[in-house]
Ligand binder design. Structure first.
Ligand code: ADP
Ligand code: MG
Length: 313
């Protein structure tokens, strides 16, 4: 069964998508893994990092996106027949084993979800609303992955910023979550808040929780040069005090203009400019990811650091 890794951070613009697509590409290209990227963000950045816009437009016209699969689950009486394998685009960027389940600019309608859950609670055998809610959240992404999970070694979920239904459902379906962050003081608070939310999510599913997700690690994305170097050195010292070494990836990703520019070529930087500093860092990080998933027992339990958060309450 494929390992499911969700890339999450409630902040936007921290490098979630860039990390997801470059990691996915390195796993397929450098390590021969079968990889599926699922774009859970209506900004469709992961999709447009792996496909040119005209190809996406064609796929959308053919209704082969995640949006259709979600709509089928949210509106069970609709006539949509689309299945997960039919929506997957194989060997994107001409990399063997690199597949994409394209996202969509509309993914789900909150009103329809509310209506569905309300009807289930009123008409079903189980009228405990929190059970209905959790059941739906638990099944949503899992049921989309279920038909193809055995076909892959890795399934990477590119989550939207915030903490919406798809992010939660992705976390519930995942074995690990990966947390890209900038080494800034408020980012550190953000990481701890997310860890706390995930701990609450696990609690809401009960003690014998079906949620197995573990923090795979925090990946720092660093700007460099002059004053940044000195400032980040200070912040990194604080960061290492806040988190245990097993929570942090040794490899960090430098800010590299080649990484940002790669989007113009509709491919990840590791393909467009493989020798750039950013691409080399993604390749090293991928090796670390492979080692980490092979030894989940060495990962620390992601308990929120109450000492720091206590200051907020
Ligand atoms: N290592 C990097 N070097 C240079 N630019 C980067 C790097 N990582 C991300 N970016 C750029 O930062 C912006 C936000 O990154 P993105 O991955 O879309 O963040 P998120 O998915 O968290 O919103 C994008 O323009 C992206 O190209
Ligand atoms: Mg993104």
């Amino acid at each position: 069964m494929g390992l499911v890794i969700a890339t999450v951070n409630m902040k936007g613009g921290v490098g979630k998508t860039t990390l997801t697509v470059n990691l996915a590409t390195c796993l397929a290209k450098n390590h021969g893994k079968r990889v599926l990227v699922l774009d859970l963000d209506t900004q469709i950045s992961a999709t447009l990092s792996l496909l040119p816009p005209h190809e996406f437009a064609k796929i959308r016209r053919e209704k082969r996106t995640l949006g259709q699969l979600l709509y089928k689950l949210i509106k069970p009486n609709s006539r949509i027949k689309r299945t997960t394998p039919e929506a997957i685009k194989s060997d994107v960027c001409e990399v063997k084993g690199l597949d994409l389940l394209p996202g969509d600019i509309d993914l789900y309608d909150e009103y329809l979800v509310s209506e569905l859950l309300h009807n289930k609670a009123v008409n079903g055998d189980n009228c405990d609303f929190s059970d209905v809610w959790n059941g739906f959240e638990e099944q949503l992404i899992q049921s989309i992955l279920e038909p193809v999970i055995d076909e892959y070694d890795f399934i990477l979920l590119d989550c939207a910023p915030g903490y919406n239904l798809l992010t939660r459902s992705g976390i519930v379906a995942s074995d690990f979550y990966l947390l890209p962050a900038r080494p800034e003081p408020l980012s550190v608070v953000g990481i701890q808040l997310l860890q706390r939310r995930i701990a609450h999510l696990k609690e809401s599913y009960g003690d014998d929780s079906t949620i197995k997700t573990q923090l795979l690690g925090i990946v720092f994305i660093l700007s460099s040069g002059g004053l940044f170097d000195r400032y980040y050195k200070q912040v990194m010292q604080r960061v290492t005090g806040e988190f245990s070494p097993t929570e942090l990836f040794d490899n960090r990703i430098p800010m590299d203009v080649n990484v940002a520019k790669a989007v113009d070529y509709f491919m990840p930087a590791v393909l467009a400019t493989p020798n750039s500093s950013g691409s080399k860092a993604f390749a090293k990080l991928t090796e670390e990811v492979i080692q980490k998933v092979a030894h989940p027992e060495r990962l620390s339990q992601s308990t929120p650091n109450e000492m720091s958060l206590a200051n907020l309450e």
